[in-house]
Design a protein around this ligand. Structure first.
Ligand code: PMV
Length: 366
């Protein structure tokens, strides 16, 4: 596919007067089987599967104008943000073979997140995928609808291609472009899966997973002490790495079957084990690090005890941080929310939590 996308790239001149503004919203996602460890250019050491979220999104607008040479400014929440802008600029420079037209444009990017500032929720998946969707939209305007229809069938943006570019910008972003659930990484247990881009699992899901809920319990909104980039790198020397990658591959096989059958006991077992394995890997890296906080453990204990007492099938997962994602079927929403308000908010930073759910992927805003 890489060759196809390289040869498809718009290499012609940008016409005089070419200018405008595009806008895309793209969601965050939460992995069930985790991506932790990579090689080469963001190639995952094991496949991963995630729920695409709905409420936690980035909304990104790109103003573009024909220019003699490349120009770039990045604003976050209305303020110029050179640090984040530098990441996007680096992505554009590293992969300019895919977007040669960018060199003839001046871009002004304005981005915001729908989730609160400093909630500790990773925003690179949503922001990078939203940016990529916008960039592809600009290319689409240059290529023109007729060529595009031939190249991309339906005339909508090619989501595998969007996933491929999003992966190059930020690994987990590759999964955000698909509705409901996505699989990123080659596995013999799913035809068409690839290390280079994610694919949709929407057509292989038991209905219960299409409306799943994710209550994000904010234990701390502080910036992480160790970035995911550093965490991935530490997997290279991790003595358990080989065993971990084998275990993740096995979990992918079993989770794929479970997502089809709707067997929640197995779903819960795999999901919670994956969350704890991710943090165990951090604790046995060299140097080791701990991203959980005391209230992360308090929440985990309380969630597991509540499930035992009530038989309500809710479970937790964790991202690379202290916050806890409480996952439950839509049909249990009332009971789960009662439980959150009565028993869990006391462990949250200023009582904060975000009621999220499985979502439909990126949306065009302009
Ligand atoms: O996409 P990155 O490089 O920020 O890595 C994400 C890693 C985890 O969020 C911990 C797991 C995952 O699969 O999303």
């Amino acid at each position: 596919m890489e060759q196809t996308w390289l040869s498809e790239a718009y290499k012609g001149p940008v016409p005089n007067g070419f200018q405008g503004r595009v806008g895309w919203a793209s969601p965050s996602n939460i992995a069930l089987v985790k991506y932790w460890g990579k090689r080469g250019k963001q190639i995952p050491q094991n496949p991963s599967i995630s729920f695409t979220l709905s409420e936690c999104r980035s909304e990104t607008f790109i103003g573009f104008e024909k220019a003699d040479r490349f120009g770039f400014r990045f604003f976050f929440d209305g303020q110029e943000n050179p640090a984040f802008g530098a990441k996007i600029e680096k992505f554009l420079t590293d992969y300019q073979a895919f977007f040669p037209f960018v060199n003839q444009l001046s871009l002004t990017v304005e981005s915001r997140n729908t989730f609160p500032h400093s909630s500790g929720i990773a925003s690179s998946a949503s922001s990078m995928s939203a940016f990529v969707m916008g960039l592809m939209e600009i290319e689409r305007l240059l290529v023109g609808p007729s060529t595009l229809r031939r190249a991309q069938g339906s005339g909508t943006l090619d989501l595998c291609k969007a996933s491929y570019f999003s992966r190059l910008a930020s690994g987990s972003a590759s999964r955000s472009v698909f509705p409901k659930m996505a699989l990123w990484g080659a596995t013999p247990y799913y035809e068409g899966s690839s290390d280079e881009y994610a694919i949709s699992l929407e057509n292989d899901l038991h209905p219960i997973f299409k409306t799943y809920r994710d209550a994000i319990l904010i234990v701390s909104g502080e910036t992480k002490s160790v970035s995911s980039r550093a965490g991935h790198a530490l997997m290279e020397g991790n003595p358990y790495a080989t065993a971990r990658y084998a275990q993740a591959k096995e979990n992918i096989k079993n989770l794929l079957a479970t997502l089809k059958s709707g067997d929640l006991d197995t779903f819960i077992k795999i999901t919670e084990s994956e969350a704890l394995q991710l943090h165990a890997l951090m604790m046995c890296s060299e140097p080791s690090f701990i991203l959980m906080k005391p209230n992360t453990l308090n929440l985990i204990n309380r969630i597991q005890a509540f499930r035992e007492e009530t038989k309500i099938p809710l479970c937790f997962t964790l991202d690379a941080g202290p916050n806890v994602h409480l996952l439950y079927p839509d049909s249990e929403a009332e009971k789960a929310e009662g439980f959150i308000k009565e028993e869990l908010v006391k462990y949250c930073d200023k009582g904060r939590w975000i009621a999220d759910r499985v979502g439909d992927g990126p949306k065009k805003l302009l």
